[in-house]
Design a protein around this ligand. Structure first.
Ligand code: KIV
Length: 284
């Protein structure tokens, strides 16, 4: 697959086809994402919930993001690799933000970073972009704001909140983001933003009018055990396939049919009695 870069996107925004982005947290998933011809692999901080089993994404660290990015980078060939900057890794100071973004790129191997936040993070986005760090924005429902939002809630439903999100999109675009994720906002607001900003938009729970769509891998392959949010679709049922395989393994071990002769190595020259003699000799 031809390497996707941030330069791939402007023409795709103009004339399609819509851009696809999927989360990946390890090398085998990255290989599947590559084989499927997905445009962007996102090492999302959603790994805190999806992989680590946490209630939200707040505890994820830069070191953990680097660890997972490295794994994804090893399995990926072609898609753009974007990594989330985790909570508090870019808001303390812009120097620290640059240091952390630099680590994700140099140690992790991603091509770009994604930051959640609106107008308030425009200065840090400008600073990172000025230091040649490609930045993807993330507005609307920002999972890092789970406590200040009072839960994971759809945003932009009233006029004031919709206006604020549109302003976020404008401010981030002017600050230099190369793309924007729009999460959990009404479809008409996502359409307005997509028509207003020059950069491509990726929707997740933002309706059909964005320039691309993004989903969490585990949700889309049917691996997530919790009920899916309204906007996610399971296009497969990997969990059921895994359950069937696990039960078959358990039963085959129980009835002795696994491992079969073809799944065992042929006997070698050393027989058990000889081994026993060896042990006795050593003891003596
Ligand atoms: O962390 C994540 O997986 C994300 C996507 C949901 C866009 O930010």
């Amino acid at each position: 697959m031809k390497q996707v870069t941030i330069d791939t996107f402007p023409s795709r925004k103009r004339s399609g086809p819509p851009i696809t982005m999927v989360t990946a947290y390890d090398a085998p998933t990255a290989r599947l994402v590559t084989q499927a011809g997905i445009d962007v692999a996102l090492v999302g901080d959603s790994l805190g919930m999806v992989v680590q089993g946490m209630e939200n994404t707040l505890s994820v660290t830069v070191d953990e993001m680097i660890y997972h990015t490295r794994m994804v980078a090893r399995g990926l060939e072609g898609p753009l690799l974007v990594t989330d900057m985790p909570f508090m890794s870019y808001t303390v100071s812009k120097e620290e933000a640059l240091r952390n973004a630099g680590r994700l790129i140099k140690e992790g191997g991603c091509h770009a970073v994604k930051l959640e936040g609106g107008t308030e993070i425009a200065p840090v986005v400008r600073y990172l972009s000025g230091a040649m760090v490609p930045v993807m924005g993330h507005i609307g429902m920002k999972p890092m704001n789970v406590h200040s939002m009072g839960g994971f809630k759809v945003q932009g439903r009233d006029a004031a909140s919709a206006e604020a999100i549109l302003n976020d999109a404008r401010a981030l675009s002017e600050a230099g983001v190369f793309a924007l994720v729009l999460e959990a906002i009404p479809a008409n607001l996502a359409r307005t933003i997509s028509q207003t900003v020059p950069v491509p938009t990726f929707g997740i729970g933002a309706g059909p009018h964005t320039d691309g769509q993004v989903l969490v891998f585990h949700d889309l392959v049917g691996w997530t055990s919790a009920p899916l949010p309204r906007f996610a679709r399971a296009f497969g049922n990997v969990a059921d396939v895994a359950r069937v395989a696990l039960a078959a393994f358990r039963d085959s071990v129980a009835d002795g049919s696994f491992p079969a002769p073809g799944e065992s190595y042929p006997d070698g020259p050393v027989t058990l009695p000889k081994l026993d003699r060896l042990k006795t000799k050593r003891k003596g």
